[in-house]
Ligand binder design. Sequence first.
Ligand SMILES: *Cc1c(COP(=O)(O)O)cnc(C)c1O
Length: 393
Amino acid sequence: MSASVSARADAVLMSTYRRAPVVFVRGAGSWLYDDAGKAYLDCLCGVSVCSVGHANPRVARAVSEQLGTLVHVSNLFYTLPQVELAERLVALSGLDRVFFANCGATANETAIKLARRWGQQGERRRHGVISLDGSFHGRTLATLAATGQPEKQATFQPLPPGFSQVAPEDLEALAAAIEPTTVAVLLETVQGEGGVRPLGERYLQGVRRLCDERELLLIVDDVQAGTGRCGRWFSWQDLGFVPDIATTAKALGGGLPIGACLARDAVAAAFRPGDHATTFGGGPAICRGALAVIEEIEQRALLANCAARGAELRAALERVPGVSAVRGRGLLLGAVLERPCAEALVARALELGLVVNNVRPEVVRFAPPLSITVDEVAEAARRFAGALAAVAS
Ligand SMILES: *Cc1c(COP(=O)(O)O)cnc(C)c1O
């Protein structure tokens, strides 16, 4: 890496990130290239963002054309790409209405505000949101309050009130935590940042039943697990339940920032004009990009590829000495290591030309493009095994 870039970055950027010593200059499909021309197999893809591959030609073409036509007019007016994208998301999700935000956190803020707005109807005036230990919902103050990781919250107190957490996979604990002021349960079907921990199907269906019994909204944060990552358009779609509100973001824009909050009609109806807004959300260029992402997934049958390559990657990682288990769904997988050496392993993997990241001291996350090939899966497992052997010795 050219040391001057990191020195310049250190001089002018806030030090919020621990960055690896690489300057990427170019990408193509599943591959990234640094400023020395070295190739890396990208099994993280911007943390589940570049799901249709780097520099995807269909997305690049769609966005470029729109950039030369109309980029922004605000939400005071109609634009066709936003309407078309909403129509697609409604059809793909089975939910009824969409609000476009700018990222995962602002999509979740929208979900929380919608739940509160819904809860203010009638006599009960409810606002409380229950989420799960180990969850991750974003870095804004409200989504941080919903995030079940006390170490991330500690230095930003006081956080907005109205949020509490319970242990996952424990329906009794959830039932006991419901207060008269509770309006919603918020969860990820696979806790991504929390260590790639999938929640059980029966637990999720139990949460749905509990929400129905207690008249609570069920919000699924599909920011990381959605847009095909788990082999379905939305992660809940083969888990036997449907949420009232769902958010998605990361992969939706093919690398450009976008978030979406979807809801059932009866819930979405709680929002009235003036209740919520964004300047940039749902702009024409980004919506054209997202439409191209959806088209790419359909045309190349990437949901099926995700399921097939996901099964292959899981099996290959399970065979690597030093890996005790592999968990997750589709192409959102966590390799659980016998020893807590994930940080060193990820650094070593990078040297060997494999991009992955550590979400726990003993868990390495894989979230490659949904377009990853059979050969690339085998190559990823080979490089990972090499890195783990090097770190272990
Ligand atoms: C990444 C993530 C977020 C936050 O998204 P940003 O785009 O970084 O704001 C929220 N929820 C989940 C599950 C995520 O993985």
